[in-house]
Design a protein around this ligand. Structure first.
Ligand SMILES: Nc1ncnc2c1ncn2[C@@H]1O[C@H](COP(=O)(O)OP(=O)(O)O)[C@@H](O)[C@H]1O
Ligand SMILES: [Mg+2]
Length: 450
């Protein structure tokens, strides 16, 4: 089990992070981490003071599925509430010596830290909200889910602990009021089906969820429960009736239980019959497709939902020198990964996959220039809250097992070294050939052959 110390340093390529202290346990040397069903998410502080989240998976959930879908997830980070799609997966492919020393970090996910409270925390605290706040929360969640629905995207494990609400008036007004987290099993037409499908969470799972959730309509039932629950959180009778960390107990789902009756009558009284009927349709549905859509809910709130244009996928850069494929390919504007990019060889184009990419020529040097990082992100990105992702995605640690005798030394050298032409075997042949050619020219000019 991975238990970092407070202020312990985590060096990733050119980036340095520190584990933070739990704000409720100051002075007790407790790192700030939240544990879910599969992982613990720690808070990190970057050298720039920005907070990041590091999701460290329990051993049985560490697999390379995340690694390969990360590049595809990135474009959804422009959707409202999906900023944690902007993420980076730490793996032994890129950080062999770091993972050798901390095996638990293999396949861990680095992403933006989302300030706020989970909906589960709100329910558990039994703290009633004002009618206006309830409407704001519900319409924001509806906006997030309707925008996803328009592009056939679904979370697939929508539930109280997987949703963070940012309290009103918090600094940094650019951030979304509601964010979905735990996005590893997200459905989208271009994402690969996970080997093990999510089966819903207690208090939010439809009767069909045990067959596995992986479809564009996967969120309809859980989303209707969350919306109804959020709308009614201004009614003391509803707040008082809650089961615990969820409003419903799992064995009450789809039944004519007391909590169902309290909730529907509260919705009808406060928000009108039509709202109560939307929830009712979901509660009595036999299939997910029978539940109301998020467009139906948006219609009820008279919300206009914007459709987000998804940029065309960039070609995946392949480093043929080693057969290593960059698991986190960087979206570019189609011109090149770096502005002012000049091909090293004729016919070379960015992301062509046929020639060594200039991405890792000197990461430590490039990282000094923030503009180069921005320009690499290119025209397809509008949200750049997690700017170091580009630097991390381009980093490749050189691992030399012969240096294993002196671990500290090996770690220092390995993680500070960049992939440069001089370390490239192909490049070595090139320079050797050039040297031989030069020698022949010299000998010829000296008349050795004549
Ligand atoms: N990016 C994030 N920012 C802030 N807190 C987070 C973030 N991601 C997760 N958390 C916290 O960690 C908990 C567990 O994370 P989650 O991704 O849901 O793990 P699991 O897959 O184990 O359910 C969440 O309920 C939430 O409290
Ligand atoms: Mg979770």
């Amino acid at each position: 089990m991975f238990v970092p110390k407070v202020n312990e340093r985590l060096s990733l390529g050119t980036e340095t992070y520190y584990f933070t202290e739990h704000p409720a346990l100051v002075g007790r040397n407790m790192p700030y981490g939240q544990t879910g069903r599969r992982a613990t998410v720690f808070q990190l502080r970057g050298e720039d003071g920005k907070k990041r989240a590091l999701k460290v998976f329990a051993a049985m959930y560490r697999n390379d599925e995340n690694l390969y879908k990360t590049g595809k997830l990135l474009k959804y980070s422009d959707f409202p509430g999906l900023e944690t799609c902007e993420r980076f997966v730490i793996s032994k492919n890129q950080f062999p010596s770091l993972i050798q020393e901390n095996r638990d970090l293999d396949y861990s996910v680095l992403m933006p830290w989302i300030e706020g409270q989970t909906w589960q925390d709100v329910v558990l605290s039994k703290k009633m909200l004002s009618k206006d706040t309830c409407l704001e929360n519900a319409t924001e969640l509806n906006r997030v889910l309707s925008t996803m629905e328009k592009s056939k995207v679904a979370h697939c494990d929508l539930s109280g602990p997987n949703l963070i609400i940012r309290p009103k008036g918090m600094k940094n007004s650019d951030a979304d009021p509601i964010s979905l987290i735990d996005l590893e099993e997200m459905y989208a037409p271009d994402l690969t089906r996970p080997n093990k499908l999510p089966a819903g969470s207690a208090g939010y799972a439809h009767c069909t969820a045990s067959k596995g959730l992986w479809s564009p309509d996967a969120d309809r039932f859980a989303g209707s429960i969350l919306l109804a629950n959020m709308l009614a959180w201004c009614d003391p009778v509803v707040v008082d009736a809650t089961f615990g960390e969820n409003y419903f107990a799992q064995d009450e789902m789809h039944t004519y239980c007391n909590r169902y009756q309290i909730l529907t009558s509260s919705l009808a009284r406060i928000w009108g019959r039509a709202t109560a009927e939307l929830f009712d349709a979901a509660w009595h549905s036999k299939e997910l497709r029978d539940c109301p859509t998020f467009a139906d809910w948006a219609n009820e709130f008279q919300l206009d939902i914007e459709e987000i244009q998804i940029p065309a996928p960039p070609p995946e850069p392949v480093d043929r020198r080693s057969g290593w494929t960059n698991p986190n390919p960087i979206p570019t504007n189609g011109v090149g990964p770096v502005s002012g990019f000049i091909p090293l060889f004729p016919g070379q184009s960015a992301g062509s996959g046929s020639i060594p990419q200039p991405v890792s020529v000197e990461p430590s040097e490039k990282s000094k220039d923030p503009d180069s990082v921005q320009s690499r992100i290119g025209a397809t990105r509008t949200r750049t809250g997690f700017s170091e992702i580009t630097k991390l995605a381009n980093w490749r640690e050189i691992y030399d097992p012969e240096r294993d005798g002196d671990k500290d030394e090996s770690k220092n050298i390995a993680e500070k070294q960049s992939v440069s032409l001089s370390t490239d075997p192909d490049a070595k042949y090139f320079w050797a050939a050039l040297a031989v050619f030069g020698l022949i020219i010299l000998l010829a000019s000296l008349g050795v052959f004549g």
